[in-house]
Design a protein around this ligand. Sequence first.
Ligand code: PMP
Length: 364
Amino acid sequence: MTEKHLCTWSIDKSISESPHHHLKPENEPEICNTILDYIGNTPLVRLHSIPAKEKIECEILAKCEYFNAGGSVKDRIGKRMIEEAERDGRLKPGFTIIEPTSGNTGIGLGLAAAVKGYKVIITLPEKMSQEKVDVLKALGAEIIRTPTEAPYDSPESHIGVAKRLNQEIPNSIILDQYANPYNPIAHYDTTAEEILRQTNGNIDAIVAGAGTGGTITGIARKLRERIPNVKIYGVDPHGSLLAVPDTLNTTSASYKVEGIGYDFIPKVLDRPLIDEWIKTNDMESFTMARRIIREEGLLCGGSSGSAMAATIKIAKKFKKGQRVVVILPDSVRNYMSKFLNDKWMLENGFLEGKKNEKIDLNGL
Ligand code: PMP
């Protein structure tokens, strides 16, 4: 090692005497009044390794929504739905917010409620990860687990239980992400605008999973207005019935990917805006999420794997010089005990080639 590579710069010397390479501070962040200011303006990151290995010619850009303050794309609607309800007087100090969610909307609402001082009750299907429950609890939310298999319109479902609590608890409100116009509007006003700004409007396609459908609907509406030829691809897991045509929805079997797919069509999902639906399965979703982490360094969740698996399927339609944007909705933080964990992957048959091997799980 030469002297230049050792730390030879002492505290009493000025920077002009430093032998090392220094960087100038750029875009220094301003002070956020609250952490809610750190929702939105997420990075759009060019992918390299996966497109090269998959022999994809077009550019793939990932919108990394896990950089939002609460760790997911749903922080945007948690904040927005609360602020709009405050604005129109439906939500007042001392009120209780009740919401049926697959977890991330709950975290977004819980974050905003923690800052603003509301009580929150979240109804959550059993399938959703313990990590989400723990974060919700830490944010002060009360959690009620509901059977995953309960149909959405049954009194036992997360939606049914939320409705009952709303009737029982005075001064309570369901902001209702499934029907609230500010769910897609949050993405129309922010997520889509950011993508347009970040790419200078130079995009050929967007790929996003649908749960409530707010993300894809809001983004699609804005992009269609600005880029008439843009292609919109929706991603829906096998077992869900959001895809069009309905013949794509061949099974009602359960699936483990969280946050996408439903057994009813939410009001906020504007299906005619979507050009084509791609169905995905658990295996490709979790395998791809692990690849995104390992090969691109993006610490995303399982539905990001679904979106990326779908992106690879459609990317061959696009040539060099064209651009496809894929939404990565949440963070691996939500799934530390699930697809990030080898034991969980093996037990659920998602580690390719190892399914039939005798493996000592105690060592993992
Ligand atoms: N991925 C994850 C992990 C989610 O939590 C959600 C929200 N349910 C989505 C994707 C889909 O977002 P949207 O509800 O806007 O369709």
